[in-house]
Design a binder for this molecule. Sequence first.
Ligand code: TYM
Length: 487
Amino acid sequence: MAETANAVALNESQIPEVPAEAAAQGSKQTVDPWNVQGEVGADGQIKAINYDKLIEEFGTKKIDEELLARFERVTGKKPHHFLRRGIVFSHRDFELILDRYERNEPFFLYTGRGPSSDSIHVGHCTPFMFTKWLQDTFDVPLVIMLTDDEKYLFSEKRTIEEVQGYCDSNIRDIISMGFDPNKTFIFSDYDYVGGAFYRQITRLAKHITLNQARAIFGFNDSSNIGKIHFGSIQGAAAFANSFPHIFGEDEKKTVGIPCLIPCAVDQDPYFRATRDVAARLTYQGVRFAKPSLIHSLFLPALQGPGTKMSASIDSSAIFMTDTPNQIKNKVNKYAFSGGKVSVEEHRAVGGDTDVDVAYQYLRFFLEDDEELEKIRVAYSKGELLTGELKALCIKELQTFVAAFQERRAKVDDAAVKEFTDIRPLTWMGNPKVPKADIVVPKLEGAEGAEGGDGKLTKNQLKKLEKQRQIEAKKAQKAKEKEGSAAA
Ligand code: TYM
């Protein structure tokens, strides 16, 4: 028998961070900041997440060969293996960032983490690995937001003290990814919000209606008002004028500096709302720059490609604190296999690398393209067995986690202070081109000038319209009631 691990379907009580108001989605694929699950088939099995469908639904663009060729021309660098392998697969206005790099006009990188556990897992590492590579490639400032407030507001149980504790240890995890302290500002919302940043939050809050928050995030009348407001906080970091210590005090210049946000695709709804607001914001006649995005796939849960690895389900994830033995045991016990039930059948027909979790992890962590291709071919032909494939995956994960743990042990309080101090940063941008001054975007024809892809999706507009109709009916009924009471 080949050592095939069966899919463990997650029941609802195991799915973390799901606001009750967003959970009732039927059997369709759901991807939002709290809920990631592929379509559930008639047989009750969760299907792999369909990322092409997401591109269509979210109205983003697929990263194609042409864009990658342009990236290589502009930066002189071979695209990262995440880009070459379609792990970073979709974007919004990435080409505008390349335009700016070409002219050495300022832009910055923005990413984040919601501190929901003491340790990050290997899935969280992937956007950070990619962000570090982007920082090395573009040589631009990077801001990293820790949404301790989000993790308090969205949990029934967590206390503020608890999330602040997670925040401290997650900051150390993030520093261990190797970011350059001269170009990186890491902040927690509880510590940083105030001044320019709070002004930005209120600007966004003023432009997002309750109806829009319902349509985009699925909130209802029972959602706490902190959740409803939270999108304006996560969105506020996408604007350079939220960071005067990095970009200067002159908002007429800084509102025009865009950012590029690397994240997994679950975070897109926040920034769809942010882009929609940005298109309507001006400061003394100068238009705000819309944030650009670059999206990655989820590192699947050990149980299979229908859900993401999650910090709230220990058996779904490899944590950066796991020992070599824990890694080995988790992969051997839980990793969903694309192999066949018996060795004979596997040798005859071969395994399915599309659903095999050990192979999928190798796609993320094994950098050598040739080696990966050899493994793919051997497994697909049945020459390589599930146990052998898992052993390769275990070795790669153990090496990755051990190297992280070595760096993590060296992160002391001084390093945390260095990254989190409110201070100027230094950066070069494109070394081949003299630094351009900040270009103030023109106002004419600004509204919807970018094809409207930052706007609400068709589905969201539909939901919004439905919401409006329901409210109009409610108002009508209330009026009628008042009328009959008066009579
Ligand atoms: P959080 O903590 O859920 O996730 C942090 C980052 O990791 C990505 N991610 C994953 N990537 C690959 N595989 C997975 N299994 C996986 N799970 C999570 C997330 O998309 C994210 O990029 N609200 C945010 C924090 C935040 C943020 C941001 C994230 C604030 N501002 C800007 C990205 C960009 C959160 O709770 O992330």
